[in-house]
Design a protein around this ligand. Structure first.
Ligand SMILES: [Zn+2]
Length: 512
């Protein structure tokens, strides 16, 4: 492993898309350690090169720089069950039964789970993703993110329909979390040690990528004068305290309203609230879920009979069936969104995946509660649930972004492919994959756009179609911002460089 980059260096490309500011033609970014020191336009860039001829410098020809993309919902653990995404059964719960069965038989130990999660994390990185919101029962995805060098919010899943067991089940979840916290810290430390070892070897051998790096010894005054010509520029970050958000945050993930009782969900909500953490869940994904919460649904009833763990009191199908029929917190005609709202379980720190079976009233409830939404249109289509109404969410003012869902219900983990299914402008789609998703995870001050003081999380993608590349090597100089963005979304060119906190996770299109 080798994330080697100079301590301070300049990246230039034909187009820079800061997202929260207009696109910059022929500009660049100064990366300083883990942060973006400055975003410069062409004029300031010329000035900078002249003032600091020794500054390490990388130009990406026929390329554009975007903020690292943010995937708001996936399950990296299932990445090695990709054949399930060819699903051709009648509905989502047939697919879920296969998923449960296959994950129990094929992902039946920590090694298999981590190997599967690693393959997903690598795929996501190669598609320009720097931040991932993941749901996991095993916790393997958190370890995979740490090993690959990505950032994320990992929700450890919580299940339990029996309200009388809520305390016991929550205690079990807390024990699992504690064990994961220890393993994650060990993995992060091991990864950091490997990086340091690789850096040492590289410097001994005169690594070309690091050779131009220079230590930063400048004063604020010097920086201020150097960047005084540039727009938009700030050196405010030098005065800010170091970022305290850990690279990988562990949180709680009550799975869905049809697998978690309101009493247990309330414990999850309180736990997350006390720690100022977002909570992740699935919500309003299928018609079956709606019918079961509102009253009854045979298919979902059968699914729960088959897969929910049986405790000693409910160890037969018959006992379990009676128990399911006796649940008194459902069956009152409410939609899943109304059900959570009626139990005071929705708040601004909730990140709900799917929400495609949401009525206008439901969407208004979500907006009022400040819930953040992760739309997953490809997974919804593959599992025959339909396609989410992104226009209704646009109108509602809800903060939403996109998730690929897992490889078991999605053809790949490339967010650009996810975005293409929504009928929104490419500029808006780019915002959904970056700054809007950053708002959803509560990190809009540090990720999701390219601006001075923010984390150096960025992705470089090729632009310029193949046919024009054959006739000129500098075609992208003539591309408009719109054409460059269209190329990024439509050409599916691989990511050439992915920086996460200034470290190169992908370079020259390859994982480091
Ligand atoms: Zn999911």
């Amino acid at each position: 492993m080798n994330y080697n980059t100079p301590p301070r260096f300049l990246i230039t490309a034909d187009w820079i898309f800061p997202v929260t500011a207009p696109a910059i033609k022929g500009g660049g970014l100064v990366i300083n350690g883990e942060k973006i020191e400055a975003v410069v336009d062409a004029e300031a860039l010329a000035f900078l090169k002249e003032s600091e001829p020794e500054l390490a410098y990388r130009h990406y020809k026929n390329a554009a720089v975007l903020p690292g993309l943010i995937n708001l919902h996936t399950h990296l653990d299932y990445s090695n069950l990709a054949h399930l995404s060819d699903f051709d059964g009648p509905g989502m719960f047939d697919w879920l039964e296969s998923l449960v069965e296959l994950s129990r038989s094929q992902l039946n130990g920590p090694e298999a789970l981590v190997a599967s999660a690693l393959s997903g994390a690598r795929e996501a990185a190669l598609a320009g993703t720097s931040y991932i919101v993941d749901s996991t029962f095993s916790g393997a995805s958190a370890l995979a993110l740490a090993q690959v060098g990505l950032k994320g919010l990992v929700g450890l899943e919580l299940f339990g329909l029996d309200e009388s067991c809520a305390d016991f089940l929550f205690g079990l979840w807390e024990s699992r979390l504690q064990a994961l916290q220890i393993t994650l810290q060990e993995t992060l430390k091991k990864t950091e040690d490997e990086v340091l070892a690789a850096t040492k070897i590289d410097s001994q051998h005169g690594d070309a990528t690091a050779a131009g790096g220079i230590a930063i010894t400048r004063t604020n005054e010097r920086l201020n004068s150097l960047y005084s010509k540039t727009q938009p520029i700030s050196v405010e970050f030098l005065k800010q305290p170091p970022q305290t958000t850990p690279k990988i945050r562990l949180t709680i993930a009550p799975h869905a309203p049809y697998t978690v009782s309101p009493a247990l969900w309330a414990k999850a909500k309180n736990w997350a609230q006390e720690r100022h953490l977002p909570l992740t869940c699935h919500l309003a994904e299928s018609e079956n879920e709606h019918n079961w919460i509102a009253g009854e649904d045979d298919r979902l009833h059968q699914y729960l009979l088959k897969v929910m763990p049986k405790n000693p009191q409910l160890n037969t199908d018959e006992a379990m069936a009676i128990f399911l029929k006796s649940l008194d917190w459902k069956g009152r005609g409410a939609s899943p969104v109304e059900h959570l709202q009626n139990n005071s379980l929705l708040n601004k720190d909730t990140i709900a995946a799917h929400c495609l079976k949401a009525s206008e009233k439901d969407i208004a409830i979500l907006a009022e509660a400040g819930v953040k939404i992760a739309l997953c249109p490809r997974s919804n289509r593959i599992l025959k649930n339909g396609i989410p109404n992104s226009r209704a969410y646009e109108k509602s003012g809800v903060t939403f972004g996109l998730g690929t869902d897992s490889r078991a219900s999605s053809p790949n983990l490339d967010l650009r492919d996810e975005a293409r299914l929504l009928e929104l402008s490419q500029e808006r789609l780019l915002a959904l994959l970056t700054i809007e998703a950053a708002k959803a995870v509560g990190l809009e001050d540090s990720i999701g756009s390219l601006a001075a003081g923010k984390c150096a999380d960025l992705a470089v993608f090729d632009i310029g179609s193949l046919s024009t590349k054959e006739t000129s090597t500098d075609v992208s100089e003539h591309l408009s911002a719109e054409a460059a963005l269209a190329d990024i979304f439509e050409q599916r060119n691989p990511c050439r460089l992915l920086l996460v906190d200034g470290r190169a996770v992908v370079s020259a299109g390859q994982l480091n």
